[in-house]
Design a binder for this molecule. Structure first.
Ligand code: PEP
Ligand code: MG
Length: 735
């Protein structure tokens, strides 16, 4: 690789070295050309005239088979194999045995490397592995573009290189452009071959040791938080991290001359290629675990630099991921983050909620990881669910125009900031914010919102590697109250579980996490956790008003149990001489439908209720909010939801309990319009929604809408969206 000469010269040298070192009669290298054709590029042992003349389609012959399935083949009688394609020009007749491996790079097959022997011979596993290791080095040579001009592949439609438009689903709105950063990328391995295998083995051992101790720290933190022995995580990681097969294959690859990083990567490439055809969900999950472990190990080898590490990233980035959690998104420098593309995701998943708070567009596009290369320029259109990869000039110009239009709209929103939040016919509507990060707080004053209707306390927990103690929590909540000034804040107690796992709370593998051990259920099972949080909130408030809201309450008895813990902490506060809150309001989220049938018992107990329409919708329709196939299958603007919400509004009105709604629908202008029509007067939303929702409501005549909606509740439509949209258009409502 490091030798002189052209790419072809070096390939020829490599091929003859392999033949010699492996005692093979033949070694040949086929390289992928445009149109999925494998061309014989170099050979030792076959007829040299066949070089650049013999070509096979992917799937044709044994070589084509290896490329087609991206997996090695070892045969002791190749001519008897059903795929054998005889090519007389190569002079292949006398060779009986064949072992071949794909040349893989970036998840794509770039060629095939083959050895052949005259005699019948069974290849042992080590020989095939050796060949795979060498194929990895050859892959770098192919990738350098000296053998085949990358333009050639580009001009004949390699989807990785032409401008491309990916049609997907809009998850969060907005429009932005940046350079692609592949989340969990294969770290760029600069050095493939090492001079001293012993040094590399030592580096591997050191990285394994730090990785093990990092995992142990994680487990210890979980145990400290009183969460028992998190066996499942332990098992998964230990299963692989101490798996002799996995480790010995990495060590073997190092002994073959690879650097530790290259060896780890090679074993992963190989495993991925071997398992890629398996569809069993359990195996695929394990494969993801193994990928995760590989990435961790690579990061430890690289000195713990994560892919989110700012130093190596461009200034404007678009993260491309299969899927990701909210904490992983927060690992990226928010000043650089421009957009997110997910292969799997849905609008009310928590990563999108966080992205919305950061005002970053997110688009779900299947196959994104195959179509976007690292550092490709990409435009993310979160309003229309489109991604433009390597956009051509006309698209870039259209992008600039759209950005200018958005800027004008934002100016318009800024202009109405100081105007009252009142409908055209005089109904005041309280607009509140959903927050979870300190960076959200400046929006509270800048947006003109009246308060924080939902402070998601779990978000600050998710960005830490260990459970924050009472002092740390008290400081954080006090700071939020301080920055909010005289605007009220509703603190929701820890709502983890489902798609919001904390590294130190391990629920184990659950078949239905959304229906599983989450939110208040964890809090009630580990009262010390919830009590510490309540203690911190009370201390932070000290003499100021405090509102506490419990998530995922399914029955009145749960509310009572949670409230008892709050009362205990309040008493304790008194005995310690800390000033109690000047006013303590306690409420619950309406997310679990069972609560709707307990309103007569619930309403006298609470000071307020807030509808979590994200979860309520998923439970009402039995439709997973995080699964792209089901997340948008049912519309919250459907007769079922609207009827149920109207009854809730009426019941709260009679009981004089204040009611708000803080799910994502409250921030979508058309949905917000319907909510106001139903009777909601307090809407809590992500900061970027304030302008559009306020614009809408200031143009709305509520009386006319109420009258119009009266005819909708009893209908049998799948969705009332079109009808509500027509109302808005006919009545000049700015949605
Ligand atoms: C909801 O469920 O609507 C809600 C606001 O809570 P979260 O999205 O955090 O689950
Ligand atoms: Mg919820």
């Amino acid at each position: 690789m490091a030798g002189s000469g052209t790419g072809q010269d070096r390939l020829d040298k490599i091929v003859s070295l392999i033949a010699m070192e492996m005692g093979a009669d033949v070694c040949s290298c086929y390289v992928m050309r445009a149109g999925e054709v494998l061309e014989l590029f170099s050979t030792e042992g076959l007829n040299k005239d066949a070089v650049h003349n013999t070509r096979l389609r992917v799937g044709e012959g044994i070589v084509g088979d290896i490329a087609g399935h991206a997996r090695p083949i070892a045969l002791d009688n190749a001519p008897s194999h059903p795929s054998f394609a005889y090519r007389p020009e190569t002079g292949e007749d006398p060779f009986l045995s064949l072992a071949g491996v794909p040349i893989l790079r970036g998840g794509k097959v770039r060629g095939v490397l083959v050895i052949q022997h005259k005699d019948r011979r069974r290849y042992v596993e080590e020989e095939v592995e050796t060949l795979q290791t060498i194929a990895m080095v050859v892959a770098e040579l192919v990738a350098q573009g000296e053998l085949v001009n990358p333009q050639e592949v580009a001009s004949t439609g390699d989807p990785a290189l032409l401008p491309a438009r990916l049609s997907g689903t809009a998850l969060t709105g907005g429009l932005s452009m940046g350079l692609a950063v592949i989340h969990r990328p294969q770290l760029t391995i600069r050095q493939m071959v090492a001079e001293d295998a012993e040094v590399e083995l030592e580096r591997l051992n050191a990285a394994l040791a730090t990785m093990h101790s990092a995992i142990d720290d994680l487990l210890a933190a979980a145990a400290l938080a009183g969460l028992g022995e998190p066996k499942d995580i332990l098992e998964t990681y230990r299963m692989f991290a101490e798996d002799r097969g996995w480790l010995s294959r990495i060590r073997e690859a190092i002994r073959m001359g690879l650097t530790a990083e290259a060896a780890v990567q090679q074993v992963q490439n190989d495993t991925r290629a071997r398992m890629s055809h398996l569809t069993d969900p359990y195996i695929r999950e394990r494969l993801l675990d193994l990928e995760d472990l590989t990435n961790r190990l690579l990061q430890h080898l690289a000195g713990r630099k994560s892919e989110a590490d700012g130093g190596t990233l461009p200034d404007e980035i678009v993260v491309v991921a299969r899927s990701m959690g909210p904490a992983e998104l927060l690992d990226y420098d928010q000043r650089r983050l421009r957009g997110v593309i997910l292969e799997e995701g849905s609008p009310s998943s928590h990563v999108c909620i966080v992205a919305r708070a950061l005002n970053i567009p997110v688009v779900q596009a299947s196959d994104a990881l195959n179509r976007v290369e690292p550092l490709d320029p990409v435009i993310v259109d979160g309003d229309h669910g489109q991604v433009f990869v390597r956009p051509a000039e006309d698209i870039q110009m259209a992008f600039a125009e759209s950005v200018a239009l958005r800027t004008r709209k934002e100016q318009m929103y800024a202009e109405i900031r100081a105007l009252p939040s009142v409908t055209r016919d005089g109904t005041p509507i309280s607009i509140q914010l959903n927050c979870g990060l300190l960076i959200d707080l400046p929006h509270l004053h800048a947006s003109g919102a009246e308060g924080i209707g939902l402070y998601r306390t779990e978000i600050p927990f998710m960005v830490r590697s260990s459970y924050p103690d009472v002092q740390a929590q008290t400081d954080l909540y006090a700071r939020i109250l301080h920055e909010a000034g005289d605007k009220p804040v509703v603190f929701r107690t820890l709502d983890v579980g489902g798609d919001k796992m904390l590294p130190y709370i391990v629920a184990g593998e659950e078949e239905n996490p959304a229906l599983g051990w989450r939110a208040i259920r964890i809090g009630l099972d580990h009262p010390s956790l919830l009590r510490q949080q309540l203690r911190s909130l009370l201390r932070a408030a000290a003499g100021r008003p405090l509102s506490v809201m419990f998530p995922m309450i399914a029955e009145v008895a749960e509310f009572d149990a949670a409230k008892r813990l709050l009362d205990l902490e309040l008493k304790r506060l008194g005995s310690q001489g800390v000033e109690p809150p000047s006013r303590l309001r306690v409420g619950t989220m309406i997310e679990v439908p069972s609560l709707l049938w307990q309103l007569p018992a619930l309403l006298p107990r609470v000071d307020f209720l807030s509808v979590g329409s994200n979860d309520l919708t998923q439970y009402i329709f039995a439709s997973d909010r995080g699964n792209p196939r089901t997340a948008t299958r049912y519309d919250p603007l459907s007769p079922a939801m609207l009827c149920l919400l109207r009854r809730l509004v009426d019941a709260c009105g009679e009981a004089r309990v204040s009611l708000s709604i803080c799910g994502e629908m409250a921030g979508r202008p058309l949905d917000a319009m319907a909510l106001i029509g139903i009777g909601f007067r307090t809407l809590s939303m992500a900061p970027p929604s304030v302008g559009p929702v306020k614009t809408m409501l200031r143009s709305l005549d509520v009386a006319a809408l109420r009258q119009y909606m009266a005819g909708l509740y009893q209908r049998g439509d799948h969705s009332l969206r079109d009808k509500l949209c027509s109302f808005a258009k006919d009545h000049g409502v700015l949605i």
